[in-house]
Write a protein that binds this ligand. Structure first.
Ligand code: AMP
Length: 225
């Protein structure tokens, strides 16, 4: 599959993307995860991104486009990809459209994970993430807690509350989302490729996305004739 997941911070893009990778081996591409690994590794890219991220601000479009241009051309993307957290601005969406055109890649569709604001806020403040960059499993202290000692059930590393999940950073991230990212919903709606899904449960959302993929594929092959 080749899809984009849109949604506010805490809408569950990461969880839905991970579940979707199990469906057909498509890779999850999370610009947030790529940037967090770069910050942790202390690379030049990480140094450029860190302050923006800690404030809950977006990193510059030019840096993100450089990352995505090379990431989308890596061999594992040939099986398909789920874009999680990218694009985040109209200029990124426009540049992505040009990039996909140049690479001769067509998107299946764009999913907007529509989640009420109070649910998003509750999820963000109760979220814990595995600190191992190779794992990054997501937990929720209420509905899906890590081990009782706070370690990750998958790899045993410590789970942490991200620096950008303090109340101040969360408020800023939601504001930034409403100002810069929410307009993408209209952008993709106009292109006729938006699927808006009321997403309260990740597994139900994944089933809806897979049903839509199957429906689209069917419409472009056997059922067309
Ligand atoms: P996320 O894990 O997707 O919420 O991303 C964490 C942080 O990484 C964001 O708050 C931004 O600072 C940065 N980031 C991730 N993706 C992008 C993007 N596409 N454009 C700009 N900044 C991004």
């Amino acid at each position: 599959m080749r899809i984009i997941l849109l949604g506010a911070p805490g809408a569950g893009k990461g969880t839905v993307a991970k579940l979707l990778t199990e469906y057909d081996g498509s890779v999850q591409i999370s610009t947030g995860d790529i940037l967090r690994s770069a910050v942790k590794a202390g690379s030049e890219m990480g140094k450029q991104a860190k302050d923006y991220m800690d404030r809950g601000d977006l990193v510059p479009d030019s840096l993100i486009m450089k990352i995505m241009e090379s990431r989308l051309q890596e061999a594992d993307c040939q099986k398909g990809f789920i874009l999680d957290g990218f694009p985040r601005t109209i200029p990124q969406a426009q540049e992505l459209a040009n990039l996909l055109d140049n690479l001769d890649i067509a998107l299946d569709f764009v999913v907007n994970l529509n989640v009420p604001r109070d649910v998003v806020l509750d999820r963000l403040t109760t979220r814990r993430t595995c600190s191992n960059p190779a794992c990054q499993e997501i937990y929720n202290i209420k509905s899906n807690p890590p081990n009782t000692d706070g370690s990750c059930k998958k790899c045993g590393s410590l789970t942490i509350q991200r620096a950008d999940e303090t109340e101040e950073a969360i408020t800023s991230r939601i504001q930034v989302y409403e100002e810069k990212t929410a307009p993408l919903i209209g952008f993709y709606e106009k292109m006729g490729i938006l699927a808006d899904i009321l997403s309260l449960n990740s597994k139900d959302t994944v089933s809806l996305i897979i049903a839509k993929l199957d429906q689209n594929r069917c419409a472009s092959c056997c059922c067309k004739s």
